[in-house]
Design a protein around this ligand. Sequence first.
Ligand code: GLU
Length: 463
Amino acid sequence: MIRVRMAPSPTGYFHIGSVRTTLYNWLFAKKNKGVFILRIEDTDKERNRKEFEEDILKNLEILDLKPDELYRQSERTDFYTDHLQKLIKEDRAYYCFCTKEELEAEKKAMEEKGMAPKYSGKCASLDKEEAEKRVKAGEAYVIRLRVPEGKISFTDMIRGEVEFDAGLMGDMIIARNLKEPLYNFSVVIDDILMKISHVIRGEEHLPNTPKQLVIYNALNAKPPLFAHLPLLLNKDRSKMSKRYGDVAVKDYLERGYLPEALINFVALLGWHPQGNQEIFSREELINEFDISRVQKAGAVFDIEKLNWINRQYIAGLSEEDLTAKIEKYIPEEWKINQAMVRAIKPRLDKIGDVKELLMVYFKLPEYDRNLLFWKGEDRDTKNILEKLSAEIKNIEDKEFDLENVTDKITALVPDDKKGDYLWPLRVSLSGSKTSPTPFELLSGLGKEESLRRIQIAVGKLNG
Ligand code: GLU
């Protein structure tokens, strides 16, 4: 039975790297008819915030990556305590009373001798009953696991054979006390109790894996298979970090990246499908996803690619859906029409850009009369605008759509004078160098507003 988990710590907003880990776990589960578990690792009381847990749950819902089972580590303390006690009873773990100062001094002495620092094992041979008494008397302690020397190796599903030297580790701390296990310990206990078959997580956890394997051994438990996903890199190949606000999923969603587009993009961050296909439905992702085709090398986060993918998904939206989404990003008093939506649809990287793109229809900016001249040269511009204006007046209101307007105006423009006609028309309608085409502007603005704007331009040329 395939059982996988995503185990986020709610210490920050859910970020793109976590979406990728979640997605790969989720796809792996769906593909293998397994179970996808969400385990909130909320044991760090100082850094946890409920707000971040809510952010995780909300975004998983939006991204349609809901878990089959949900757990919180903060509700599972007894399990960790039980296992700590068991290890101490079996003498696989022991209480250590070394103070910070003692450990510091030990470390320094080793470094001076040119040795890699590790715990000397000073408390390893304390009398057990004696140690219990000291704990009961309230002396400060930690719990250490006895780490046998030797090699630890495992086969990572992405990286292949990985080997570590346990001899370098020293007896490691697994808990601050019986009620406060450290991260590596609680993760292993939970992965065992939750019968996790595959641990799929970020490469930053690779150094934890040998420590966790030592714990599995001490507990006589069979470890799961591991897959460590490649780091996410910025375009300059520097490491992408969750410290940058920019990687929070909520920021992307707020800017108007569609959830399906984000998923499609994130799926390709390190995984290479067999063919050249780049746009995948969820069903296709489930069918195609193959963890052995995930690369080892860091995966570059390319925002241009995300924009491109998002445009494909926007292109696939119906006009009604797109209009409803657009309305969330513009002032209430802006009444948008079909012609405007059609004009901006192919130009939208993300829905959040819509206000800027639509602005031209609702506000004519101040502009300099010289801007009306094609290539800076006034060649009968005023007459041309008046001719165009007359033609526009002749088009019936109900025929004022993109096709008809395009036909009527094009018929009027001499082939060798396109710039002389269409440039000033576009500038008079938009007041700007860059904008949708004059035909898109006309159909979006409507007859009355178009004529008013052309009149303003003519006025500038009179002045
Ligand atoms: N809680 C860990 C984190 O947020 C992940 C633990 C794991 O996947 O093993 O980075």
